[in-house]
Design a protein around this ligand. Structure first.
Ligand code: ATP
Ligand code: MG
Length: 468
C-alpha cells in the first residue's frame, strides 16, 4: 500500500495530512485539501479483469490509448469487490465530453444536470463521465437553491476533486486501468471490510445538497447488507422532510429502483423506520394505520415478498403491479365508502382509482401507461365476484386478466378476498369449455327468475310498441 502526499498547498496540506493521521476515521469532505490517497495494488484487492464487461474494458483501454486517464468507479467497483455482478459499468476520465465524443464514434452526449457520454455497444451502454470539479458555488456552471440543493452542476475537475462529490465512501473507489489498482481517497476500502455505509463529508450538508441521497442510503444498506453509519442515520431522522422538495419525476425513478431491486420488503420496512416512506406514498402510509376488523394490513407485505421471490427466481416483475399493490388499500377504502353511500360498485372503484392516482402523482409522478394498467388491475377486482353467465369468459379474455388474478390471489391469501372465490377462478381457468359453461350456469331458482323477468319485460315492450 502506498501513501502519497502531494505537496501543492504548503502548510495547509501538511496540516490536513496530520489531521488525517491523528484522526483517520474523520471523513470530512475537504474539496480544497490535497487528499491522502491509498492505492491498493492488484495483489491487494480481489477485482479481476475477467469480471469486467468486455465493452467496459474496451472503453477504458481506448481512453488510455488516447492519452486520457480512465477508471471504473461507483457501484461497479463496489459490487466487484463483493464478488457480485455489477448492474452496469461506469467509467470516469479526465477527457471532457467533446473529447470523449472524438474518441468514440458510437457515443452520445446526454444529461443537463451533468453532461456525460454514453458509449453504445448494441444493447450495452457504458457511461463515461468527466471528473467533476469542486466548482465555485454561485458560478454559472454550478447552481444551488436556497436550501443548499444542487440544481445544475457542470464543472469539470480532477480525480482528487471528483471523489468528494460522490455520495458514500464505498461508492468512491476507483479502479485504474493503467495498473489495475484500486484508488481510495475516503477510507472506502475499510468501510467495505466492516460493511459500513458512510457518507463522504458532513451528512447534513451532503443530504441538503441532494436529499435523494437519503433514499440511496436505504437502498444500498439493504442491497449490500451494510449498516448505516450512526451520523448518517441521525441525519436522515432529522432531514427526511427535505425530500418533499424533490421533483415527483425523480422520486418516481428512485421509487422504482428501491422496490424493483429484489429487496422490496426490507426496503419498505427500512424506509418506514426512517420516516421516508410516508413522503413517497402518503396515502399508503395512512391506510396502513387503519385496522380492519382487528387484522393488520398484510396485503402489501405479501405483495412485496412475492415480488422479491419472483426476482430471486429470475422471473419478471412489473412496476404497475407493485404500484397497484402499494395503492390498493387507499383505493379499496375509498371505494367502500362510496358504495356505502349508495354508489354502484364499478363506478365506486373507478372514482376511487382516479382520486388516489391524482393524489399520488404529486408525490411520485406516475406515467400514463402505468396508471392505465394499475386502474385495470383495480377495477377488475370487483368483477371477480360475478361468476354467472358470460361475464367470467369475458373477464378471462381481458388482456389484464392474469395480473388481476394474481392480485386476487394475494388478496385472498391476506384476508381481503374469499379464498373460495380465488380457488373457483383457478378451476375455471383450467376447465374446458363445457366445464366452464357448467360452472357459470345460474343456480336453478335464479335462472327461472331471470328468464321470467326477461319475458315480462319483452311483453311489456311489445305492448308499448303497439301504443297500448
Ligand atoms: P447501482 O448498483 O444502483 O447502479 P451505483 O452506486 O452505481 O449503484 P448510480 O446511481 O449508478 O449508483 O451512480 C454511480 C455513482 O455515481 C455512485 O456510485 C456515486 O459514486 C455517484 N452518485 C450517483 N448519484 C449520486 C448522488 N445523488 N450524489 C452523489 N454521488 C452520486
Ligand atoms: Mg451504477
Amino acid at each position: 500500500m502506498i501513501l502519497q502526499l502531494k505537496n501543492r498547498q504548503g502548510i495547509k496540506t501538511i496540516l490536513n495530512f496530520f489531521k488525517k493521521i491523528i484522526n483517520p476515521a474523520s471523513n470530512e469532505a475537504e474539496p480544497d485539501a490535497t487528499p491522502v490517497v491509498k492505492i491498493y495494488a492488484r495483489s491487494e484487492h480481489s477485482i479481476s479483469r475477467s469480471q469486467i464487461s468486455e465493452n467496459a474494458l474496451k472503453v477504458l483501454y481506448r481512453l488510455q490509448k488516447s492519452g486520457f486517464q480512465a477508471y471504473l468507479v461507483g457501484g461497479c467497483v463496489r459490487d466487484l469487490l463483493l464478488g457480485r455482478e455489477p448492474k452496469d459499468f461506469d467509467v470516469v476520465t479526465d477527457a471532457d465530453p467533446e473529447q470523449i465524443r472524438k474518441v468514440f464514434r458510437n457515443c452520445r452526449i446526454i444529461g443537463r444536470r451533468f453532461r456525460l457520454a454514453h458509449v453504445h455497444f448494441g444493447r450495452e451502454i457504458i457511461e463515461v463521465a468527466t471528473f467533476r470539479g469542486a466548482g465555485e458555488a454561485q458560478s454559472d456552471k454550478q447552481v444551488l437553491n436556497k436550501e443548499g440543493r444542487l440544481l445544475r452542476d457542470n464543472v469539470y475537475g480532477t480525480i482528487e476533486e471528483d471523489v468528494w462529490r460522490r455520495d458514500f465512501t464505498v461508492n468512491a473507489l476507483y479502479y485504474n486501468i493503467k495498473d489495475f489498482s484500486v484508488v481510495d481517497y475516503t477510507g472506502g476500502m475499510d468501510d467495505h471490510k466492516t460493511g459500513t455505509l458512510r457518507l463522504i463529508g458532513d451528512p447534513e450538508t451532503r443530504f441538503r445538497e441532494d436529499p435523494v441521497r437519503m433514499l440511496r442510503a436505504v437502498r444500498f444498506a439493504v442491497k449490500l447488507g451494510f449498516n448505516l453509519d450512526p451520523d448518517c442515520e441521525k441525519a436522515i431522522h432529522d432531514l427526511a422532510e427535505l425530500l418533499y422538495g424533490i421533483p415527483a419525476a425523480r422520486l418516481y425513478d428512485e421509487a422504482l429502483k428501491l422496490f424493483l431491486s429484489g429487496y422490496a420488503l426490507q426496503t419498505f420496512e427500512m424506509l418506514r423506520h426512517y420516516g421516508l416512506f410516508q413522503i413517497l406514498f402518503p396515502d399508503t402510509e395512512s391506510s396502513l394505520s387503519v385496522e380492519e376488523d382487528g387484522f393488520p394490513k398484510l396485503f402489501l407485505i405479501k405483495a412485496l415478498e412475492n415480488s422479491d421471490n419472483r426476482i430471486a427466481e429470475g422471473k419478471t416483475v412489473t412496476a404497475y403491479f407493485l404500484l397497484a399493490a402499494f395503492l390498493w388499500e387507499p383505493v379499496a377504502i375509498r371505494a367502500k365508502e362510496k358504495v356505502a353511500k349508495g354508489m354502484a360498485e364499478s363506478m365506486a372503484y373507478q372514482e376511487a382509482a382516479t382520486e388516489v392516482i391524482s393524489r399520488q402523482s404529486s408525490s411520485t409522478s406516475l406515467p400514463r401507461h402505468i396508471t392505465m394498467s394499475m386502474r385495470e388491475v383495480w377495477t377488475l377486482q370487483p368483477k371477480f365476484n360475478m361468476r354467472v353467465g358470460s361475464r367470467p369468459s369475458r373477464l378471462l379474455a381481458h388482456p389484464r386478466f392474469r395480473a388481476a388474478y394474481d392480485f386476487l390471489l394475494l388478496r385472498a391469501e391476506t384476508g381481503g378476498a374469499d379464498p373460495e372465490l380465488a380457488a373457483w377462478w383457478g378451476r375455471y381457468q383450467d376447465a374446458d369449455e363445457t366445464e366452464q359453461r357448467k360452472m357459470t350456469r345460474p343456480p336453478r331458482g335464479a335462472q327461472n327468475g331471470r328468464v321470467r323477468r326477461k319475458r315480462t319485460y319483452r311483453k311489456k315492450a311489445a305492448t308499448q310498441d303497439k301504443g297500448i
